[in-house]
Write a protein that binds this ligand. Structure first.
Ligand SMILES: *Cc1c(COP(=O)(O)O)cnc(C)c1O
Length: 394
C-alpha cells in the first residue's frame, strides 16, 4: 500500500489505500460485492472481514484513500453527505448545543433544526466570519461547532485555525464540511479541526453519478466512536459506489486544477460585464476574505456566485437560455451547472433569513465545470444577452 505522506497529492490520489489484488494481480481494487465472509470455524475469520456493514475491502480501500488525501489517520464512508453529518451528530446527547454556521448547506440546516432538535440537541446559528460572535455564543452546553467554508451560496470564508483555537479552549469538537474546497485545496485537520466531513457526491465523485459522504479524523477516540455509529446506525455506502469513487479520486487533482482555472476566468469576465451587478469569488480581490482565502486555501475553487442586474424575471431568463450550463441543483461535476438559490437550493430558507444572508432574487450560482472555458463564456454571454433582449433589463 502506498502511504507515503511525502508523495505529492496526485500520486497519493491515484495510489493511496490501494494494492494490486493479491489473488489475481488486478490493478483496480475489485468490487467485493458480498454481504458476508466464510469463517474457518465459528468466530474464526479468514482475514479482517465478517460482515459488509461493518467493513468491506472495496470500502476499506476508499476510506484509506480519502483519509490519506485529507492527511488523516482514519476515514469512514457513508451513504450520503447528510448520513456522514448525522453520524457526527450522534456523538451528542440530549441537552447538548451545537454552533452552526449561518448559511450552511440546506440539508445540513434541516438535519440539525428539524431532526436532531427533536432529540433535544439545540442549534444556534453563528456567522463564523465573526469570531467575537462565536466566542459570545459559547457556553458549557456547547459540544460541537459545525463549520462550512467557503459557504453556500455566498462563499464566505471562515478562519479555520482561529475557530479551532476557540473550539480547543472551550473543549468543543470542531467539524469542518470541506465539500466545496476538497482536500486538494484545503486541509482543515492541518489547521486544527477534529473532524472533516465531505459530501463525495460533489467534487470528490466529480461525475454527477453517485451520492456519498465521508468523515476523516486524526483522533483515535473520535474514530472509534464514529466507527461504532457507522456500524450501529448502518448508513454505509453500496460497494459499486465505493468503486466509482476510487476511480474518481484518481483524477481529483487534475479536475480541481481545471475547475479553478476555468472559474477564475469566468469570474473575471463576469466581473467586467456591464449587466452584472456583483461577482463573489474568493479569488477576486474584491472578495471580503480574499486574503484569508489565499492563506488557508491553495486555490479558489470552481463555485461562483453572481448578482445579475435586474430581478427575478431577468434571472429566470438567464437560466432558461444557457445551453452548456445545465439548470440543476448540486455542484462539483465535470459539467457546468447554473442554479437560482432563492427558487431552488435555498427555497426552504425563510425569506427573512434569505434576505439577511444576501440570497436575493438576482443571485445566481454557477458550478463551473471543466469544459473549454471560451465555450462556457460564450454560453453565459448569450444567456445574459437574452435577459437584455427580453426588455426586462434595467
Ligand atoms: C451536497 C452537500 C451536502 C450533503 O451531501 P449529500 O451527499 O447530498 O447528502 C453537505 N454539505 C455540502 C456543503 C454539500 O454541498
Amino acid at each position: 500500500m502506498s502511504n507515503d505522506k511525502n508523495q505529492g497529492f496526485g500520486t497519493r490520489a491515484i495510489h493511496a489505500g490501494q494494492v494490486a489484488d493479491p489473488s489475481t494481480g488486478a490493478i483496480m481494487t475489485p468490487i467485493y460485492q458480498t454481504s458476508t465472509y466464510v469463517q474457518k470455524s465459528p468466530g474464526v475469520i479468514v482475514g479482517e472481514y465478517d460482515y459488509s456493514r461493518a467493513a468491506n475491502p472495496t470500502r476499506a480501500a476508499l476510506e484509506a484513500n480519502l483519509a490519506d488525501l485529507e492527511g488523516a489517520n482514519h476515514g469512514l464512508c457513508f451513504a450520503s453527505g447528510v448520513a456522514a453529518t448525522s453520524a457526527v451528530l450522534h456523538l451528542l446527547s440530549s441537552g447538548d448545543k451545537v454552533l452552526l454556521g449561518d448559511d450552511v448547506y440546506g440539508g445540513t440546516n434541516r438535519l440539525f433544526n428539524r431532526v436532531f432538535n427533536q432529540l433535544g440537541i439545540e442549534t444556534v446559528h453563528v456567522d463564523m466570519t465573526d469570531l467575537d460572535a462565536l466566542k459570545d455564543a459559547m457556553d458549557e452546553r456547547v459540544k460541537l461547532i459545525w463549520l462550512e467554508t467557503p459557504t453556500n451560496p455566498t462563499l464566505k470564508i471562515a478562519d479555520i485555525a482561529a475557530v479551532s483555537e476557540i473550539a480547543k479552549s472551550n473543549n468543543v469538537i470542531l467539524a469542518v464540511d470541506n465539500t466545496f474546497a476538497t482536500p486538494f485545496l484545503q486541509n482543515p485537520l492541518a489547521l486544527g479541526a477534529d473532524i472533516v466531513c465531505h459530501s463525495t457526491t460533489k467534487y470528490i465523485g466529480g461525475h454527477s453519478d453517485s451520492i456519498g459522504g465521508a468523515l476523516l479524523t486524526n483522533s483515535d477516540e473520535l474514530h472509534q466512536k464514529l466507527k461504532f455509529i457507522q456500524l450501529s446506525v448502518g448508513a454505509v455506502p453500496g460497494i459499486n459506489e465505493c468503486f466509482l469513487l476510487l476511480r474518481s479520486t484518481k483524477t481529483l487533482h487534475v479536475r480541481m486544477e481545471r475547475h479553478c482555472e476555468n472559474a477564475a476566468k469566468v469570474a473575471n469576465w463576469l466581473d467586467n460585464h456591464e449587466h452584472v451587478e456583483r461577482v463573489i469569488y474568493p479569488g477576486l480581490e474584491s472578495h471580503p476574505q480574499h486574503e484569508l482565502a489565499k492563506k488557508q486555501m491553495s486555490g479558489f475553487g470552481g463555485m461562483i456566485t453572481m448578482y445579475l442586474k435586474g430581478g427575478l424575471e431577468e434571472s429566470r431568463t438567464m437560466l432558461e437560455h444557457t445551453k452548456l450550463f445545465a439548470c440543476a441543483e448540486s455542484l462539483g461535476g465535470v459539467e457546468s451547472l447554473i442554479e437560482h438559490p432563492a427558487i431552488m437550493t435555498h427555497a426552504s430558507v425563510p425569506p427573512a433569513m434569505r434576505e439577511q444572508l444576501g440570497i436575493s432574487d438576482n443571485l445566481i450560482r454557477l458550478s463551473v465545470g471543466i469544459e473549454d472555458v471560451d465555450d462556457l463564456i460564450a454560453d453565459l454571454e448569450n444567456a445574459i444577452c437574452a435577459t437584455m433582449k427580453s426588455g426586462a433589463a434595467v
